[in-house]
Write a protein that binds this ligand. Structure first.
Ligand SMILES: [Zn+2]
Length: 260
């Protein structure tokens, strides 16, 4: 069962039943603002049940980005608003089209955006919640900030306990996003994957990314072929199993390594 617990004041979050991905919600005077929806219907239902029992109802859901492991669990959510950045909306349209038939076969019908914003939207819902698109991990990477509680839902701009998925990254935007967030007044950070932590997790992720991109640049300058670079970086940075695929994809499509 997904384990959603209170993180601070009216902010709740936790991992899916398999521990793989996080989601949560803010209990506001207008009902729950849910942040992400997990991958599976079961996890999504667990999250919705806790949100409804704490806040009375789910008023809207924010997807922190278009990757479907944060979206598909909304299939059984009650009707309500879905708030996404313009980049997330574009990415979601693309991914739902690409995987449409497969999702249909599995009976997965995620809730679709009802409100698309550019750059930033402030929800004066008591507590106030600020949603900001920064990009970086995915085109639409978005963070959800609860300033009164100093809590940040960082989405997949932050991974803990494993290397991040880099297959759809914008390297410079990701670094810029983390540098921006390091300047915010934040005490608690809920990553897209991995344990909730203090503000230092933002710096840890930024330093990891700088090291990673530094090695990428060295290997690229040395003319290292894609497959060899993938093997070297997987070993040095701990990409394992199917995550090596995401690394190879990122190197090829985002980081200037052609196919061998
Ligand atoms: Zn992601």
């Amino acid at each position: 069962m997904a384990e959603i617990v209170r993180v601070a004041g009216p902010v709740f979050a936790g991992p899916s039943a398999d521990g793989g991905v996080n989601a949560g919600f803010v209990r506001t005077k207008l009902g729950a603002l849910v942040i992400d929806a997990f991958l599976t219907r079961e996890d999504g239902r667990d999250l919705a049940a806790v949100a409804e029992s704490e806040a009375g109802r789910i008023t809207a859901t924010v997807y922190t980005h278009e990757h479907l492991d944060h979206v598909l669990g909304s299939t059984d959510f009650p009707a309500g608003g879905v708030i996404v950045s313009s980049g997330t909306a574009r990415g979601l349209r693309r991914d739902l089209k690409r995987y449409g038939e497969e999702l249909e076969r599995q009976g997965l019908r995620p809730k679709l955006p009802t409100l698309i914003f550019d750059c930033r939207i402030t929800l004066p819902w008591d507590p106030e919640v600020v949603v900001v698109e920064l990009g970086g991990h995915a085109e639409g990477s978005t963070v959800v900030h609860v300033p009164g509680e100093r809590v940040l839902f960082a989405g997949d701009l932050v991974f803990r306990g494993r290397p991040p998925f880099v297959g759809s990254m914008g390297p410079e935007r990701w670094l810029a996003a983390l540098r921006t967030l390091e300047g915010w007044d934040v005490e608690t950070v809920i990553p897209g994957h991995g344990a909730t932590g203090g503000r230092k997790v933002l710096t840890e992720q930024r330093v990891w990314l700088e090291d990673f991109l530094g090695r990428v640049s060295e290997l690229r300058s040395a003319g290292t072929p894609l497959e060899k670079a993938t093997t070297i970086l997987a070993g040095e940075f701990g990409f394992e199993g199917r995550r090596v695929e995401g690394l190879r994809l990122g190197l090829q499509s985002r980081l200037g390594f052609g196919a061998d």
